[in-house]
Ligand binder design. Structure first.
Ligand code: DX5
Ligand code: ZN
Length: 214
């Protein structure tokens, strides 16, 4: 299976989002980073903007919630049309109940792990989620450099997932230079923000990222 590319709009032009989405129309997903100024020291968008993006986006929306209390706030993102909703393991009180609730509302459910969280916490979650997100930077900002230890975590997570239909995603500091090793370590879906939107030709960069995994 080829690696799927999910550009993060965090580095996009927020005053022209519909145009920015057209520039990445060849992507498999659009990755939407929701930050609340509490779980992470940055504040981005919430349900009203996500709803409008879902309405105009030519690809499915992958919503990454970097928020406190996802148990209360995550399910509504399924209701407004997110194809996939990711909550952080570090923020949820009841991950199994939350994953079930997101699925019940028609979206894929995913759990994210911060760089310092060991993959062992996934062990009793894997039957209930569709995707695991390994953070390869501390969440909060685009344009940070890739934490190399994430390659080991990817391989460990892949081994835990074994034969299950659970996708493995990586987010943070991905570039043409490291996407080959990331794919070899087992990632199915790769988020890339600065690499795509920092380029003059986002569509060309998506193609280059795909080619760098072959
Ligand atoms: C970081 C976000 C990422 C980020 C990725 O907190 O979750 O999605 O925007 O951007 P780059 O690829 O620039 O690290
Ligand atoms: Zn993200």
């Amino acid at each position: 299976m080829p690696v799927e590319i999910a550009p993060s709009i965090l580095t996009a032009d927020f005053a022209n989002l519909e145009r920015e989405l057209d520039r990445i129309a060849s992507a498999d997903w659009v990755h939407l980073d929701v930050m609340d100024g509490h779980f992470v020291p940055n504040l981005t968008i919430g349900p009203p903007v996500v709803r409008q993006i879902v309405r105009v986006a030519p690809m499915p929306a992958d919503v990454h919630l970097m928020i406190d209390n996802p148990d209360e706030f995550a399910p509504q993102y399924a209701d407004i049309g997110a194809a996939s909703v990711t909550f952080h393991w570090e923020a949820t009180k009841a991950p199994l109940r939350l994953a079930r609730e997101i699925r019940r509302r028609g979206a894929k459910a995913a759990v994210a792990l911060n760089p310092a969280t060991p993959v062992a916490v996934l062990e009793n979650l894997l039957e209930e989620v569709d995707m695991v997100l390994i953070m390869s930077v501390e969440p909060g900002f685009g344009g940070q450099s890739f934490i190399e230890q994430s390659l080991v975590k990817l391989a460990q997570a892949k081994a835990l997932i074994a034969g299950r239909a659970v996708k493995l995603q990586i987010d943070g500091g991905v570039s043409r230079g490291n996407i080959g090793s990331i794919a070899r370590a087992g990632a199915d879906i790769v988020v890339a923000g600065a690499a795509v939107f920092g380029s003059d030709d986002p569509a060309g960069e998506i193609t280059a990222l795909r080619e760098a995994t072959r």
